[in-house]
Design a binder for this molecule. Structure first.
Ligand SMILES: NC(=O)c1ccc[n+]([C@@H]2O[C@H](COP(=O)([O-])OP(=O)(O)OC[C@H]3O[C@@H](n4cnc5c(N)ncnc54)[C@H](O)[C@@H]3O)[C@@H](O)[C@H]2O)c1
Length: 310
């Protein structure tokens, strides 16, 4: 394999910790060269040692030992950030989750890169307006928030500032699609973005149920594995509810089930206008005429997941 000849360009990975190393695997596996900038002592040795396992863990790819060695040759290390970003097609920042760190870093990088270089942050929850606060053009920075580990899981949440250029967002979406990722566009920034906000609610309740002794930890995990886990993984939580409402769809589930159950849990029922709006969105997004196809998909995937269990 002649890696250099096939290179799609160089990506600067700023911060080579858990996420930076995993992104590096995804980038080199998809034809990019990578320069990692991280001041940690021994970072190069540590990353080179761990990258083979990451590369073997990428879905849909299979590399021989020789190919793995050639891919790792695509990775270089440059502790000086100003040098690391010279001539790169993209910067993927994965440093400490601190407002000041990210804002100062992107302000420093901005004048050093070409106008087409993508400036991307893996931040788990800091919004792009904060990260771009010290830049000349704060709208250049776009969140590309992966789910750990990025070399394996498809999701990358994409979020620009409220005034971001649509053409830039489209380029970022195309960049991640080119890595076999599933970029998901957020219409506006919200702290924690979407996946971690969902996770926080569910995990918070799970921990509370275990901590208060309602269930033991293993039982809690089994409850998830044998119910919501496969159901949600097959078609997503909202389509699952919409289908669960039969001919009445999501509107029926919310008005006749959800609103009757949640008050006893200390939660507010949904107002009628929200139920009407959400019911309409569900009908438009997942038309009743296609229900049979969605049910077949749900069943195929659910059976596949259950039968794949060891
Ligand atoms: N861990 C996760 O599950 C996860 C998932 C998605 C996104 N993220 C986000 O990714 C980012 C990194 O998280 P992580 O879990 O990889 O953290 P980590 O602590 O494993 O890695 C951070 C790396 O940044 C390096 N670093 C520190 N100062 C630096 C500097 N001045 N220049 C360059 N590198 C520097 C550190 O040496 C370290 O290797 C955070 O913004 C986090 O919110 C994390």
């Amino acid at each position: 394999m002649s890696n250099q000849a096939q290179s799609r360009g160089t990506i600067a990975v700023i911060g080579g910790g858990v996420i930076g190393r995993s992104w590096t695997a995804a980038f080199i596996a998809n034809g990019y060269d990578v320069v990692i900038s991280d001041p940690a002592e021994g970072i190069a040795e540590s990353i080179r040692e761990k990258l083979p396992a990451d590369l073997h863990g990428i879905p849909g790819k299979s590399f021989s030992d020789a190919e793995i060695a050639a891919l790792i040759d695509r990775v270089s290390f440059e502790p000086d950030i100003a040098k690391a970003v010279q001539g790169v097609v993209a910067v993927q920042e994965n440093g400490p989750e601190r407002n000041d760190f990210k804002a100062e870093l992107f302000a420093k990088i901005e004048p050093l890169v070409g106008k087409d270089t993508l400036l991307l942050s893996s931040s788990s929850g800091i919004t792009p307006d904060i990260i771009g606060a010290k830049m000349t053009d704060p709208h250049r920075v776009v969140i590309g928030h992966p789910f750990n580990p990025p070399h394996q899981l498809p999701l990358v949440e994409i979020c620009g500032t409220p005034d971001a250029d649509e053409a830039l967002i489209a380029r970022v979406m195309a960049f991640y699609r080119g890595l076999d990722k599933a970029p998901a566009r957020l219409n506006r920034p919200v702290p924690g973005f979407v996946a971690n906000r969902l996770q926080a609610v569910l995990v918070g309740e799970a921990l509370s149920l275990v901590d208060s002794g309602v269930v033991d930890m293993k039982t809690l995990d089994e409850i998830m594995l044998n119910s919501l886990g496969p159901r949600w993984a097959s078609i997503g939580p909202l389509l699952a509810l919409h289908l669960g409402g039969g001919d009445g769809g999501l509107h029926r589930v919310l008005s006749q089930l959800y609103n009757h159950v949640v008050p006893s849990m200390g939660l507010d029922p949904l107002p009628d206008d929200s139920i009407d709006r959400l019911g309409k969105i569900a009908e438009e997004t997942y038309p009743r005429s296609e229900a049979a196809d969605y049910i077949a998909l749900r069943d195929r995937r659910t059976i596949g997941m259950l039968e794949s269990r060891e």
